[in-house]
Design a protein around this ligand. Structure first.
Ligand SMILES: [Zn+2]
Length: 101
């Protein structure tokens, strides 16, 4: 079993899980619930992780990278109000500041 992707943002990890499943790759989430409800960013080892079988890792990694490049953008943090923003948003939903490049 290998971790193909990990992010502090469970939404993005879930999106990628759906994409992998759409390609017929068996995958599952680790740490799915640990970060729920926490006010601050959990330590990286507690981040939700998307895992696949070793034999599927290379293909899964390729699909994830492709998906990140094309569709889902990585989550980002607003540098104005420090809010964690999901990757599909280009502006902070809280204060309206644009995503930093
Ligand atoms: Zn903001």
């Amino acid at each position: 079993m290998k971790t193909v992707y990990s992010a502090s943002n469970i939404s993005l990890v879930s999106i990628l899980k759906n994409i992998l499943e759409g390609h017929g790759i068996r995958c599952w989430l680790k740490n799915e619930y640990l970060s729920a409800g926490m006010g601050e960013l959990p330590p990286i080892e507690c981040w939700p992780q998307l895992c696949v079988d070793d034999k599927d890792f290379a293909e899964a990694k390729r699909i994830v990278e492709e998906a990140l490049a094309e569709k889902a953008m990585p989550a980002w943090k607003c540098d104005s109000c420090n809010e964690d923003i999901e990757g599909q948003f280009t502006e902070c939903w809280k204060c309206g500041k644009s995503r930093p490049c």
